[in-house]
Every structure is written in structure tokens, then in C-alpha cells.
Design a protein around this ligand. Structure first.
Ligand code: ATP
Ligand code: MG
Length: 447
């Protein structure tokens, strides 16, 4: 009988149970590897920061700061907030640790959890995970394109299809000021028809109106003026440069004037990768340039840019598209035993196997031999050795290949590791394509 649980998981959070966690590993391995290929090094930052950091950097008119932050008070007068995103803390850490003095550009990436008090739904959680990267000290359009290329590489390597790269430029503070006025003039006659939040946005931050999720507001915004018509000469040239470099790398994109991004610190290039396969929360990755942020946080003026990828949305899309996940590691050798002396031998063999780098298990719960074999089957052990009193006496036992059912004699003495190693190698050569091509490439090198 299942007992009634006293306390359940908080709304908008998820558990990654052992049977599913290999999906996360698939994504994490690919993002780490791709980030390193592009020269990004991992950074780790605290889960919470002083609230002021997010208010200053994310911006006090954004949804994140106005409605979504988990802020906790502690003794004293400071308040702290669970990070709603990774950029602010990363830039803070880069400035605080003097990393900008070490030669530019500096390129870092992170894998972390974020916390936002949102209405939980598919693809929108209260605790979610991001892979993000930040590049500091590179002002050229090629830096924008290279950062976009990293996100593009990750999505491609994960096997994702039909993900559209949307790009836009939101200019610099100078040209954006003119655009903001044009937007205000456009929306003002519709003020009463807008949602309550957008009425406020109209006064404080009209660009945010383009980002509104309400269908009515989106309809009103349909013919709004577009930023790319207002770009100054430098910003327009920069945007052309980004497009040119994307072209060189063969990365397809659409220019979408409605992309403005939810956070305040962006300048010039902004972009989103959008999937149509997971419903309305389809933005799997968002990013852009934020040339003013380092200075805003007390560092010397430094051009910078980055993106963050929502890993839950990536996983949802991978599942929806039937993408392949890496295989779970399965047991190499299960040592089954009968009797006390044999059980002790099983412990010894498993320990020696593990020292050699194999994944080995033996009985820990006092099962009979038949039940041990059943368990070995359940954990999909590749091989089983069966040891009883007579095997101990003769010094040889049966080694069973669980996939083929084939049984061979194996010495329990000195030769055990070598004999098992040799059989295992042959089995891998004939069943694992990756292993075979690895071995073959090694052989080619030797010639
Ligand atoms: P949205 O418009 O969907 O609210 P956002 O603009 O708030 O997204 P960002 O702050 O740019 O999102 O975060 C980068 C990425 O993190 C998003 O593109 C998305 O993939 C993911 N993300 C953001 N909020 C959530 C959430 N609450 N749950 C799951 N993933 C999220
Ligand atoms: Mg949001």
C-alpha cells in the first residue's frame, strides 16, 4: 500500500529521477563540449545574490523584477534573491574576481538553476535550469555571430530540428530613445485597450509592449513601428555585420522586429531560437548584446554579450521530436554467489573489477541465486559470474554473456581480470559501433 505523502514537491518544480537523469546528462555533456570547442570556460556562482544586483541589471520595469523574484530577508537590513537568471551574477563575479584584467575576450559558460515566481505550466517552471554563456570585451559583429553559432551548434548536436533563429537589433541608447518615442505615439491612442501591465509599460518601457503575451495586445502591436527603421549608422552597420557573419557560417535566420527580450540590459543584437513543437513556451534560447551592463555593475566599460538556453524546454523539444539520448551506463559484471564463502569471494571480485574501471555489483540484500540472476537481468548486466562452493574449490566458474546466453569457463585466480578483460573487449568490438571506430582510429594512428 502506498502511504499518503505528508509533503509534496513545490508547485513549478521537478525531480529528475534516476531513470530520467541520463536525459539531462545527454544535454549537459553536449553543452559542456560545445562550449569548450568555442573557447568558453565554466564559471560557478552563488544561488543567491543581493537583491540590488538583479534590480540594477535585469531592470526594475521587467516582469522578472516586478513579479517573479524570490526574495528572502535575513537578519540585518540586506535582502537576498534567488537568482532568476545567470548573467547578473556572472558579470558580478567577473568584475569582483578581476577577470577582465586577464586579457580579452573573456568567455565563460554556466549550467545552473534559476528561480522565478511564475504561473507554472508546460515549459514554464518556478525552478528551471539554464545553460548560458557570456563573452566580454568583444565589440565586433563577429562576436555576436560566434556566440549565436555556439547556441546553434548545441541545438544541432542534440539533434533538434525546425528551430528558427530570430534576430533583431534594438540599437543603442541614442537611437532607441527615438524609437521609444515613436512606439509611444503609436500605442497611445490604444491605451485603454491594452492590458493593465502594458498600460504601465507604455509610460515606463514601451519596448516591452512588443513582448506582451496577450493576444489582444499582440494584435494592436501588429503594425507598430520597427526598431530596424530607427537604427543609427553604427548600429545598422553592426547589424549588417552580424548577418554577414552568420551567412559565412551557413546559419539560417529570420529578422524579427518583435524580438526585444524581456530583460533591460540588452543593446544592439538580440536573438531567440524558437521551436514550434512544444506549444506556446517555444523559446528555447534567448540572448543578445549588453554593452552597458559591466559599467552599470561598477566595472570598466566593456562590451559584452551572451545567451541562456532553457534546459527543460530543450528536453521537452527533444522528447517531442524523438531525439536520441545517450545510453544509460549498465552493469558490466554481476557476481552472483551462493553460500557465505562464495559471498565473500563475490565482494573481492567486484572490488577488483571496480579497481580496473568496470561497473560491478553483487548481492547486498541476501537474495537466493535465482533471485540474484533475476536482479542481474533487471539491471541489464552484461555478464554474470556464478560462484558456489564447488567453484571455490575448483578455482573456475561460469561467466555468462547475458545478451547471447553463451557461457565460458573463467579462472577465479590470478587470470580473472585478464580473461574477463579480453572477453569484454571482444564483446564491445562486436556490439558497440562507437567503441569499434575508436579502436580502429587508434590502429590507423599507429600505422
Ligand atoms: P519567456 O518570454 O518565455 O518568459 P524570458 O524572456 O523570461 O522567457 P529569459 O530570461 O531570456 O526568458 O531566459 C532564457 C531562457 O530560459 C528562455 O528562453 C527559456 O528557454 C528559459 N526560461 C525562462 N523562464 C523560464 C521558466 N519559467 N521555466 C522554464 N524555462 C524558462
Ligand atoms: Mg519570462
Amino acid at each position: 500500500m502506498k502511504m499518503a505523502m505528508l509533503i509534496k514537491r513545490p508547485n513549478g518544480t521537478q525531480d529528475a529521477v534516476p531513470g530520467e537523469v541520463y536525459k539531462w546528462h545527454t544535454v549537459e555533456n553536449v553543452v559542456r563540449d560545445s562550449a569548450e570547442q568555442f573557447g568558453f570556460k565554466e564559471i560557478r556562482i552563488p544561488t543567491f545574490e543581493e537583491t540590488g544586483l538583479f534590480v540594477r541589471s535585469v531592470g526594475d520595469t521587467t516582469d522578472v523584477v516586478q513579479k517573479e523574484m524570490y526574495t528572502v530577508s535575513s537578519t540585518g537590513d540586506k535582502t537576498y534573491t534567488l537568482r532568476p537568471e545567470g548573467t547578473a551574477g556572472t558579470i558580478r563575479a567577473i568584475i569582483e574576481n578581476g577577470i577582465l584584467n586577464e586579457g580579452l575576450p573573456q568567455k565563460v559558460f554556466y549550467l545552473l538553476s534559476c528561480f522565478r515566481h511564475e504561473k507554472a505550466q508546460k515549459g514554464r517552471l518556478r525552478e528551471f535550469h539554464q545553460f548560458g554563456c557570456e563573452m566580454l570585451g568583444a565589440a565586433s559583429p563577429s562576436a555576436d555571430a560566434d556566440t549565436i553559432a555556439l547556441a546553434h551548434s548545441v541545438l544541432g548536436r542534440l539533434g533538434l530540428k525546425n528551430i528558427v533563429l530570430n534576430i533583431n537589433s534594438i540599437g543603442c541608447p541614442e537611437c532607441r530613445a527615438k524609437y521609444r518615442e515613436a512606439l509611444k505615439a503609436y500605442f497611445e491612442p490604444h491605451r485603454e485597450e491594452l492590458c493593465a501591465t502594458c498600460q504601465e509599460r507604455l509610460d515606463k518601457n514601451p519596448l516591452r509592449l512588443l513582448d506582451c503575451k496577450s493576444a489582444e495586445d499582440q494584435a494592436i502591436a501588429k503594425d507598430a513601428p520597427i526598431m530596424t527603421d530607427y537604427l543609427c549608422e553604427d548600429c545598422a552597420a553592426h547589424f549588417e555585420g552580424v548577418k554577414k557573419n552568420l551567412g559565412i557560417m551557413g546559419i539560417d535566420y529570420v529578422v524579427n522586429p518583435k524580438i526585444v527580450r524581456g530583460l533591460d540590459y540588452y543593446t544592439r543584437t538580440v536573438f531567440e531560437f524558437i521551436s514550434n513543437d512544444i506549444g506556446s513556451q517555444g523559446t528555447v534560447c534567448g540572448g543578445g548584446r549588453y554593452d552597458g551592463l559591466v559599467e552599470e555593475l561598477g566595472g570598466k566599460p566593456t562590451p559584452a554579450l551572451g545567451f541562456a538556453m532553457g534546459l527543460e524546454r530543450i528536453l521537452l523539444t527533444m522528447e517531442a521530436q524523438g531525439c536520441e539520448f545517450m545510453e544509460e551506463k549498465t552493469c558490466d559484471l554481476y557476481v552472483a554467489s551462493m553460500g557465505e564463502a562464495a559471498a565473500a569471494k563475490a565482494v573481492e571480485i567486484a572490488a577488483a573489477m571496480r579497481d580496473e574501471g568496470f561497473y560491478a555489483e553483487y548481492d547486498l540484500v541476501g537474495r537466493g541465486l535465482k533471485a540474484q540472476m533475476k536482479y542481474a537481468d533487471k539491471i541489464r548486466a552484461k555478464y554474470v559470474i556464478v560462484i558456489g562452493d564447488s567453484e571455490l574449490e575448483s578455482g573456475t566458474a561460469k561467466l555468462k554473456n547475458m545478451a547471447t546466453g553463451e557461457q565460458t569457463d573463467i579462472s577465479l585466480g590470478e587470470g580473472l581480470l585478464d580473461d574477463f578483460g579480453a572477453q569484454y573487449y571482444e564483446m564491445m568490438l562486436s556490439t558497440d559501433d562507437d567503441f569499434r571506430s575508436f579502436v580502429e582510429s587508434f590502429a590507423d594512428d599507429k600505422q
